[in-house]
Design a protein around this ligand. Structure first.
Ligand SMILES: C[S@@+](CC[C@H](N)C(=O)[O-])C[C@H]1O[C@@H](n2cnc3c(N)ncnc32)[C@H](O)[C@@H]1O
Length: 304
């Protein structure tokens, strides 16, 4: 289990580019909406000087504990870490007495620390019970969704959140198993279902399908896209200072599309990255997770 006693295995994605687009200087107030193990926040803190402020949020209490431990040695007086969704950032900032911020970083999705934790069930390589919730008491574990949702609802999740071509086949395989008294409760069970529906999981097609199906269920279990949409549309305009900059890293096309559409041609926003910035081949070699990352930066011009 991810705990404060564990060391982080997560390598921050595009650290140089994130810092370049954030354009930090001493004294700024920065919101890291997806603190994770604090990899990016560590770099941010180094640029803020004594007078700057960093507010770090994470939905996952275990990640918050890990970040607190990882960043303890920095001892910056203006640091606050809060267990919260970034979609509730406005309330968190109000509680801290902060009206608006100069910079926001969102590094969406999940961290390698969560992915490699057997007890969380986020990935088929790690194994374990199918939970996948960012917070242990919010929403329902994936195993319960797979036990209770109609086949058509499961198919919709795989199609809409995973863009999985074999959505219908995977959904019927899950329903078939539970009707036979073999509900899908572990990552291994789910991988076997995908494998049975689309071919051996070891071949590229099966592995890609398994990746898409796991992603779809994680998005569904955590209502991830709703949180992103709420943050971009309802929250950011209320918490950004004029000329403040937002930097967002996405890892799949659904999220990237939401980010692109939230800013492009929208009053109040000036898109800074004409096309999304991608990781260099050298970074992808060192950190394969960066392969699918897309960075977009945008400036809040203020409401007219
Ligand atoms: C890719 S990791 C961030 C890694 C971090 N930038 C670092 O360098 O260590 C994404 C983090 O966002 C968190 N997260 C996901 N959805 C969230 C939400 N709606 N609000 C706050 N945190 C969220 C996850 O729990 C995870 O820890």
């Amino acid at each position: 289990m991810t705990s404060a006693d564990q060391r982080s295995v997560h390598v921050p994605v595009m650290p140089r580019e994130v810092m370049q687009w954030l354009q930090l200087s001493a004294g700024l107030t920065v919101l890291d909406g997806t603190l994770g193990a604090g990899g990016h926040s560590r770099l941010i803190l180094k640029s803020l000087g004594e007078t700057g402020r960093l507010i770090g949020l994470d939905r996952d209490p275990m990640m918050l504990a890990l970040a607190t431990q990882n960043l303890a040695s920095i001892q910056h007086p203006g640091t606050s870490f809060v267990r919260s969704s970034y979609a509730d950032a406005e309330t968190v900032l109000q509680t801290l007495g902060i009206e608006r911020v100069d910079r926001v970083l969102l590094d969406l999705g999940l961290s390698s620390d969560q992915l490699s934790d057997r007890e969380r069930g986020f990935g088929f390589d790690a194994g374990g019970p199918l939970d996948m919730r960012f917070h242990p008491h919010e929403n329902k574990p994936v195993s319960e969704l797979l036990r209770t949702l109609e086949g058509s609802e499961l198919e919709k999740i795989f199609r809409e959140f995973g863009e999985e071509p074999a959505a219908a086949k995977v959904a019927s395989e899950i329903v078939r198993r539970r009707q036979q008294g073999n509900p899908v409760v572990t990552t291994e069970d789910l991988e076997a279902c995908v494998s049975a529906a689309v071919g051996a999981a070891k071949n590229a097609g099966g592995r890609n399908s398994a990746t898409r199906v796991f992603q779809a269920l994680r998005i569904a279990a955590n209502n991830e896209l709703q949180h992103v949409e709420r943050m971009l549309t309802n929250v950011l305009p209320n918490i950004m200072k004029t000329d403040g900059i937002v930097v967002i890293l996405t890892f799949h096309s659904l999220e990237d599309r939401i980010v692109k559409n939230a800013f492009k041609g929208h009053q109040g926003w000036q898109v800074l990255t004409k096309t999304p910035v991608e990781a260099t081949p050298a970074e992808v070699r060192l950190n394969p997770r960066s392969r699918s990352a897309k960075l977009r930066a945008t400036k809040w011009l203020g409401s007219c």
